[in-house]
Design a protein around this ligand. Sequence first.
Ligand code: OAD
Length: 243
Amino acid sequence: MKSAVEAIRGADHIVVLTGAGMSVESGIAPFRGEDGLWSEFDPQEMASVTGFSKHPERCWQLFRLQIEECFGAEPHEGYEALVEMEDHGLEAVITQNVDGLHQKAGSKKVLELHGTLNELVCDSCGNRKDTEDMFEEISDGEIPYCECEAVMRPDVVLFGEPLPQKTLKEAWSAVEDTSLIMSIGTSSVVQPAASLPLTAKRSGSTIMELNVKPTQLTPRADHFLEGKAGEILPELVKRLRNL
Ligand code: OAD
């Protein structure tokens, strides 16, 4: 912990990469592991482009669950700690999460690599709507339709789809300029997000990882903080404040 605090203090530019583990303490299920969504749902069937075109109503079972979980969630203290870290050099949060909790906590620059549940999109005509405006119907079990009569879906990246290119470009350029990257609550298996810390390292950055257990990134990390994001991040910030 002490050397991690010193590394943060000594860094001019800091970028954070978050994954589903960041939201677990806010009550949102991760994807992998025993309690993960992918142990209950088949991602190819429920969260892929082909799955959605074949049986959108089945995909909406998963979307509904995710939307209800995220709309009922509040950012925990770890999120607030990341907002405070903006006073200590944190410049951007790159997230694989689609729950909007970083923005809800007040983080200024959030790059959503996998899109957001907060908007619905129509693949047929490009129309967009705020999910909030359709929340009641969705909770009641309805599937949202566009005015053009196509089924809408959340603006999240489905398997088989490219990531939003502008956001991805911004993420690459943020990690190339950073002196410290913190990888928080991600299993580091999904590309291209998993490559961001390694790209940062090639440009001279230090990698700090925070996770409840080691991942495949851990051997490449300069600092590994083992524990929960909602506990370790507030502790880090408390120590930064007291320096
Ligand atoms: P995963 O579910 O793969 O990994 C979550 C990570 O968080 C694991 O390494 C856990 O050990 C860790 N973890 C759990 N609780 C934690 C806590 N309280 N504090 C810190 N760490 C904790 O989620 P991601 O790595 O985000 O993509 O998954 C990446 C992508 O795979 C997702 O964005 C999603 C999924 O398929 C799409 O849907 C496109």
